[in-house]
Write a protein that binds this ligand. Structure first.
Ligand code: SF4
Ligand code: SF4
Length: 320
């Protein structure tokens, strides 16, 4: 795979500093039942990296010490970590809001038949990728059969109350572009998704989040191999909007990888650009239990333009 990192390290992106920390994003490992083209962590069924119970206990200790309000679980397919349920139950006992970044198809995999019920019982927020409401576009990015499986999973979640008015069970969908272009307007696209999914499949959901593709990992490699990297970077930089700086997710979030190493965001994690608090080359979550991170400088690169382009982008969707 081609590496875009050397092309991203030097940047003229404005310096940015952390605000109050409220969200801990935890990557539970790179094991996944899918291998999507746009995947920025190169996850797949053959990956062996998984967060251990010991590191998960450090995550819980950090939540306790730092008063974390939201735990955002990613992967791979986070549910494939054998200690996923342990972490969810412990976090919910502490009153922490838990987000499961779910690829939907995992809900139909053998051995995971009771997963949807578990998420319902724990009132976990499900944020699920569905890059389009059309079968053809989804399968181009995610593989054959993925669309039908995703729809079946959404119908299962709806039947449990997810996405239904008044249930309090939040179901969000995530759109990301199928190529080197920016996402369309989030509100307009949400209305399109709502109309199309309701009409064709009787599926309902709460919100749609649009996320810009980052020029890193598998997507970055694809751009390089097709000679589209420079053009895409130009698009991101030409679309810079300084209004998006205030809402950047790295101002209120840190990201932990499967080994307990800490980064300013998931993208820096993939680029192996660790959070800097001192002279340490790598910072571990266990080093930060008593440390205040507020005001610290965030490590930036050219890929940061992916967060400020157009309406902006974050794990919670558009910024503007
Ligand atoms: S994008 Fe998500 S579902 Fe697809 S391979 Fe990556 S982690 Fe798995
Ligand atoms: S990639 Fe985005 S979230 Fe990550 S450090 Fe840069 S601006 Fe912040």
């Amino acid at each position: 795979m081609l590496d875009t990192r050397p092309l991203l390290e030097t940047t003229d992106f404005p310096r940015i500093f952390r605000g109050q920390l409220s969200i801990l994003q935890v990557n539970l490992g790179y094991l996944c039942n899918l291998s999507c083209v746009h995947c920025h962590v190169n996850a797949g069924p053959k990956r062996k990296e998984l967060m251990t119970r010991e590191t998960i206990d450090q995550v819980l200790a950090f939540i306790d010490k730092q008063g974390i309000k939201v735990l955002d679980l990613t992967g791979g397919a986070p549910e494939m970590n054998p200690d996923f349920r342990y972490l969810v139950v412990e976090a919910r006992k502490r009153g922490v809001e838990v987000i499961d970044r779910c690829n939907l198809t995992i809900l139909n995999e053998p051995g995971y038949e009771d997963l949807a019920q578990f998420l319902t019982d724990q009132r976990v927020i499900i944020t699920a990728s569905l890059p389009c409401y059309s079968e053809q576009n989804v399968e181009k990015q995610r593989g054959k059969g993925v669309f039908a499986e995703s729809i079946a999973a959404l119908q299962k979640l709806n039947a449990l109350g997810y996405g239904m008015e008044g249930s309090g069970l939040q179901l969000n969908l995530v759109y990301n572009p199928g190529g080197p272009f920016l996402p369309p307007d989030q509100e307009t696209l949400r209305a399109d998704y709502q109309r199309e999914l309701k009409q064709a499949y009787d599926v309902e959901f709460n919100d749609l989040l649009t996320i810009t593709n980052m020029p890193i990992s598998r997507f970055g490699s694809m751009l390089l191999s097709k000679g589209q990297f420079e053009g895409y970077m130009r698009l991101l930089k030409d679309s810079f909007s300084k209004e998006n700086l205030a809402g950047l997710m790295c101002k209120s979030l840190i990201s932990v990888d499967w080994q307990g190493e800490v980064y300013d965001c998931d993208f820096n994690q993939m680029l192996k650009m660790p959070l800097i608090t001192s002279d340490r080359p790598i910072t571990y979550l266990s080093d930060l239990l008593d440390e205040s991170l507020e005001g610290g400088e965030i490590v930036i690169g050219e890929h940061c333009y992916g967060c400020t382009a157009g309406r902006g982008s974050s794990c919670a969707g558009a910024l503007a």
